[in-house]
Design a protein. Structure first.
Length: 222
C-alpha cells in the first residue's frame, strides 16, 4: 500500500525531495537514464498517479534534478560571499568543481537539459525554469560584485558555457561502428577522466576571468 498523500506544504516539499533523490539514484544506476515514471513511482514509494501530481513527465523530473543541482551551487556561493573573509575567482571555481564532484547528475544533466527545454518540456514549464534560473543569477551577482567586480550575469553564463563546452568535447562519446556494429569512442585520444576534467576546467575558468578583468580594466581575479 502506498503511503498517504502529502497535503501540507512542508510534507509536499519533503515528498518532492524524496522523488528527486530516487530519480537521481535511478539515473546513476541506469547509466544516465530514467526508464519510466512507473519505475520511479515504485522506487520513491508513491502511487503513479501521485507522482504525476509532482511531475508530468520523465523530462520534467530531469529538469527539476538539474535545477536542484544549480540551486545548491548558487546557495553555497551566496553563503560563501557573505562571509567576512574576501572571496576570489579561484574560490568560485573551486565551488563549481565541488558541485560537479558532489552530484553525479550535475554535468550530464547540464548538457542534456538544454535539449529538453527546446523539445521535450512544456513551454510554460521551460519558461518558468528559465525565469527561476535568471532570478538565482541576479541574486548571486548582487552578493558577488562587491568582492568580484567583474562578475555579472553574462560572466556567470560564460562560466557555464565553458563547463558545457568542455564536458561535451572531452567526455567519452560512444558511437556504433557502421561495419562491425561495435561501440567505438570518438576523439578517444582526447577523452579524459573526471578528475582531469576538473583540472582543465579550473585552468579554463582562470583564463576566462583574467581575460574579463583585462577587458574591464580591473585587477586580475586572484
Amino acid at each position: 500500500m502506498s503511503p498517504p498523500r502529502a497535503y501540507l506544504p512542508a510534507d509536499k516539499q519533503r515528498k518532492r525531495e524524496e522523488i528527486l533523490n530516487a530519480a537521481q539514484a535511478l539515473w546513476t544506476s541506469h547509466s544516465e537514464a530514467l526508464n519510466s515514471m512507473a519505475e520511479l513511482a515504485e522506487v520513491s514509494g508513491v502511487a503513479k498517479g501521485t507522482l504525476y501530481l509532482y511531475f508530468r513527465s520523465k523530462d520534467e523530473v530531469l529538469l527539476a534534478l538539474h535545477e536542484r543541482d544549480l540551486e545548491h551551487f548558487f546557495t553555497q556561493v551566496i553563503e560563501r560571499a557573505k562571509q567576512p573573509e574576501p572571496m576570489s575567482c579561484d574560490d568560485l571555481s573551486t565551488m563549481l568543481i565541488q558541485a560537479i564532484q558532489t552530484s553525479p547528475t550535475f554535468l550530464p544533466l547540464a548538457s542534456l537539459c538544454h535539449g529538453l527545454l527546446e523539445r521535450q518540456v512544456a513551454v510554460e514549464e521551460a519558461k518558468a525554469f528559465q525565469q527561476r534560473v535568471a532570478s538565482y543569477l541576479h541574486e548571486v551577482v548582487a552578493v558577488l560584485r562587491p568582492q568580484l567586480p567583474l562578475m555579472n550575469e553574462l560572466a556567470l553564463l560564460q562560466s557555464y558555457a565553458q563547463l558545457l563546452g568542455l564536458w561535451q568535447l572531452l567526455r567519452p562519446s560512444a558511437l556504433p561502428d557502421p561495419d562491425t556494429g561495435l561501440t567505438q569512442f570518438v576523439f578517444e585520444h582526447m577523452t579524459i577522466g573526471r578528475g582531469d576534467f576538473c583540472a582543465v576546467l579550473r585552468q579554463s575558468l582562470a583564463a576566462l576571468y583574467n581575460g574579463l578583468a583585462t577587458i574591464e580594466g580591473i585587477s586580475p581575479c586572484q
